[in-house]
Design a protein around this ligand. Structure first.
Ligand code: MN
Length: 233
């Protein structure tokens, strides 16, 4: 579907010239967010070509395919990504798997870009650090669990740090993995996720996914993850 340009024309009374005073893009239900930094900002840990293809081609395709799937169902277009993904049984059956894959892809990648920063790395502080220590024993043990999850996810998918739904376990964190573009919304709120699809690392790391998982800590944006931890449920 793409974007429509809504141009505002003004007719100049003194010279008869029609002026284009402004052009506004009207959004289709979902839009590709800009990368919050340049393609090469995460080098040497993630190379510019990978970032460009990953964002401009892969993520863009999820957004386009999601909008295309929703075209004939206007009622579905007013839902948020989490509403769509958390209630897939309420999505018409003929577009359900397209929505699952492409809303999931859009949701996961939107979380992914902002989970990273050229000023990333180091360790979390404050309440998030406390919760990690309480849930895993130490930051190092959390890293080991996360890397092991990402390395052992067969085929394509994601490894996540999830804040478990409150109730009996308020504030508890867990590491989990999902296949394809599934998001772990039934378990709680994903606050950090690493993409272990080959498209995320293959140009630089080839078959060495564990090396990519280790290098990735250098770009994790802990202040943003702390913010998500505090905001979750
Ligand atoms: Mn990806």
């Amino acid at each position: 579907m793409g974007k429509f340009l809504n141009a505002l024309f003004i007719f100049c009374v003194c010279c008869g010239i029609v002026l284009l005073s402004g052009a506004r893009a009207i959004a289709t239900p979902f839009d590709l967010p800009d990368l919050p930094y340049s393609y090469n900002a995460l080098e040497p840990h993630i190379d510019a070509e990978t970032m460009q293809i990953h964002h401009d081609k892969h993520h863009a395709a999820y957004v386009n395919n999601l909008n295309k799937a929703l075209e004939k169902y206007p009622a579905q277009q007013n839902k948020t990504l989490t509403e769509l993904l958390s209630n897939l049984d309420q999505v018409p059956e003929d577009i359900r798997s397209a929505v699952r894959n492409n809303a999931g892809g859009h949701y996961n990648h939107s979380l992914f870009w902002t989970a990273m920063s050229p000023k990333g790395g180091g360790q979390p502080t404050g309440k998030l650090a406390e919760a990690i220590n309480k849930s895993f024993g130490s930051f190092e043990k959390f890293q080991q669990a996360f890397e092991a999850g990402g390395a052992s996810r067969f085929g394509s998918g994601w490894v996540w740090l999830v804040k478990v739904k409150s109730g009996d376990k308020p504030g508890v964190l867990t590491v989990t993995t999902t296949p394809n573009q599934d998001a772990p919304l039934s378990e709680g709120t994903p606050i950090l996720g690493n993409d272990v699809w080959e498209h995320a690392y293959y140009l630089k790391y080839r078959n060495r996914r564990p090396e990519y998982l280790k290098a990735w800590w250098n770009v994790v944006n802990w202040p943003e993850i702390s913010r998500r931890f505090a905001a979750a449920d």
